[in-house]
Ligand binder design. Structure first.
Ligand code: SF4
Ligand code: SF4
Length: 221
């Protein structure tokens, strides 16, 4: 799985940093490098752009994976340049931004928008396969998620708008429910579609998600 990101426009970044005159830049060597949104080249390019906007760049680092505890070490190795900066601009996914913020008191700003967690379906093609809804229905739907594969997130069958197997929202994609039907048919499990299932329990939604490794559920809502 990879965090799929896009860079924010320079105008938005300029607004975010309007009160900051010096900046430390952080890039990510994993997902953001793959997306060409926050690797070494993009960090250097961002530094050039910020200098053009009159900012001072006190330093930069590309952390191998910003969304884990490597940030602690990276922050301590760059403590002088970070101390000299008014803020940190993070060119990583939102997980990385929030992880880095655990290890510094400096204001931390995101340079990227996080779009989704993607699974590589073919080389260079990523698809959102799960939004962590908290009540998985894959066991009924032949392993195909109707929430991510159907633009309407329909849980109980097709909307009726598909044409020639293609989705009415986008003819570039197959109708999720036709794919589910075909898969269940191949598996001899079409009965799944006839079974009455209980209404979706939206309170099972895990946003904001908290899970404690000792097995207790966390609830910070
Ligand atoms: S049903 Fe929910 S948990 Fe299961 S794959 Fe879809 S979004 Fe993820
Ligand atoms: S055509 Fe199929 S995939 Fe598209 S919105 Fe309707 S049910 Fe969902």
């Amino acid at each position: 799985m990879k965090a799929i990101t896009k860079q924010k426009g320079l105008a938005e970044i300029e607004r975010l940093l309007e009160k900051e005159s010096s900046v430390f830049l952080v890039g990510c060597g994993t997902c953001a490098t793959m997306c060409h949104t926050g690797g070494k080249d993009e960090v250097l390019e961002m530094a050039r752009r910020l200098v053009d906007l009159g900012k001072t760049i006190t330093g930069s680092v590309v952390i191998p994976t910003v969304c884990d505890a490597q940030d602690r070490e990276a922050v301590s190795e760059n403590v002088k340049a970070i101390d000299e900066a008014d803020c940190i601009l993070v060119m990583a996914c939102a997980y990385g931004v929030q992880t880095l913020a655990l290890y510094t008191d400096k204001p931390v700003y995101p340079a990227l928008d996080t779009l989704f967690m993607g699974q590589e379906m073919s080389p260079g093609v990523f698809s959102e396969v799960c939004v962590q809804c908290g009540e998985c229905v894959l066991g009924w739907t032949g392993g195909i998620c109707p929430i991510t594969a159907c633009p309407k997130g329909l849980l109980n069958g097709p909307c009726g708008g598909a044409k020639n197997g293609k989705c009415e929202v986008s003819s570039a994609r197959d109708c999720a429910w036709e794919v589910i039907y075909e898969r269940l048919s191949q598996q001899g499990k079409l009965d799944n579609l006839r079974k009455r299932r209980s209404l979706r329990n939206f309170s099972a939604s895990t946003q904001p998600g908290v899970y404690l490794l000792d097995g207790k559920d966390g609830d910070l809502k």
